[in-house]
Each structure stands twice: as C-alpha cells, then as structure tokens.
Design a binder for this molecule. Structure first.
Ligand SMILES: [Fe+2]
Ligand SMILES: [Fe+2]
Length: 236
C-alpha cells in the first residue's frame, strides 16, 4: 500500500493546482466571493452522508479492511448538516426562491458533476476489493484535505470580521477530518500488503478519484466565476 499512498500524495499535489484552489487563494477577492461556489457543491455534500452509510459501510463484516472503513464512515456520515448550517450563515437561505426553482437548479447542467460524483464513486467502490476501497477512501479524504485547508482559512477571516463561525467550512469540521481513511495513522495503512494486481487496481482507481474530483472542483470554479460576473454586471 505504501506505493499507492505515495501515488495519492503525488496526485494530491497536482490536484491542489486546480483553478478552484487558485481562486480560493486569490487575495484580491473577499472571503465571501471566494466561497461563491458554495451552493453548487450541495448535491455532492448532501449525498456524502449516504455514501458513507450505504455504500462504504458494510455490516456485518469480519474483513479487517472493511472494519477500518466502517469505523471511518461513522465519523464522516454526519458532517453534512454543518454544510446546511453554513449555507444559512453565508446568506443563501435569505433568497426568496420558490422550491421548484431550487429543484430546477439542483438538477441543472450547472451542477451535473456535483450530482454524479457520489454515483461515480459508488461504482468505483462497489467493484473494488476491500483493501482497494481503503485506497479510494484515502484519496477522497486527501481531496477534502486540499479543499478544507483553504476554506478554513477563509472561515477564520470571516469569523474575525463578522463574528460568524462557519463550522462546515472552518476549523470545526477540519479538526474532525483526520485526512486519512482511519485514525490519522498513515503507518497502519502503509503496512497493508497488496499483491501487484491489487496495487495496480488501487492506483487506477485512485487516478479515477482524482479525475472525478477535478471535474467537480472545475464545475465549482465555473459556478463561482459566473456568480461574480453576474454581481459585477449588476453593479455596473
Ligand atoms: Fe467531513
Ligand atoms: Fe472526510
């Protein structure tokens, strides 16, 4: 598994250069503008609890790797309500949008990657051996680590300026994310022996995870840019 973990870290470094993350680092924009992608991530973030509960969690099981994944799912399956909490705190609940319009947005072309991401991940997970599933979870966690390390800095600034604590975007959530598939411990993961076929399969699926998350973050970036353009057009 060590080779696979090294591969994940290489992919993570490339992933951290996606346009969304450059945008989140752009000091010329306010923290609120940098978080303009927030509504677009709803379909994936709200389905992430189900992905943990009904896709990644397999019970009962004696398989040591599935047991590790199960343990992980009990941490990550209840973070999505914090997303809705920040959704309101960022002002999105204030918009008087009819429920039908909200549904139209959630099923629009603007959110297609956000909608399909959990389905695509479920496909990757269900067809994989337990040890390979661990690699998939690890890759997913590392994509989250890139995103939330940046949003937590923005949340900190917003809290200093407004007194509002964003729990999903900020430290509160980030501290509860080990960034790893289990207990913050790379060593235990690295010690798992994979035969060449499993190792190759794990690397191929990790690559897929990063492709899927890249498509997703590019969609979030496009959405944020469109909101900014709209706002600037209204202001001029
Ligand atoms: Fe989480
Ligand atoms: Fe997580």
């Amino acid at each position: 598994m060590k080779t696979v973990l090294q591969h994940i870290l290489r992919r993570k470094r490339d992933f951290a250069r996606r346009p969304l993350f450059e945008y989140l680092r752009d000091q010329r924009l306010s923290p609120q503008d940098r978080l303009a992608f927030y509504p677009c991530m709803a379909p994936f973030i709200l389905s992430f609890g189900d992905l943990n509960r009904y896709v990644l969690r397999v019970e009962p099981t004696d398989d040591p790797h599935l047991l590790m994944i199960n343990q992980h799912t009990y941490e990550d399956d209840h973070h999505w309500p914090w997303y809705l909490e920040d959704f309101a705190k960022l002002g999105h609940d204030a918009a008087a949008v009819p429920p039908g319009e909200t549904l139209r947005f959630l099923w629009s072309d603007a959110t297609v990657h956000s909608r399909l991401l959990s389905t695509r991940l479920a496909h990757l997970v269900w067809s994989a051996a337990p040890s390979v599933r661990l690699a998939i979870v690890e890759a997913i966690e590392e994509t989250g680590n890139v995103l939330f390390s940046l949003t937590s800095k923005l949340a900190e600034t917003i809290q200093q300026e407004t007194g509002v604590e964003l729990r999903y975007c900020g430290e509160f959530h980030f501290e509860r994310e080990s960034g790893h598939a289990m207990n913050n411990d790379h060593a235990e993961l690295a010690a798992i022996a994979l035969d060449p076929a499993l190792r190759d399969d794990a690397i191929a699926r990790v690559d897929q995870v990063f492709v899927l998350f890249s498509d997703w973050t590019d969609e979030l970036h496009r959405y944020a840019m469109d909101r900014l353009a709209e706002r600037w057009a209204q202001a001029s």
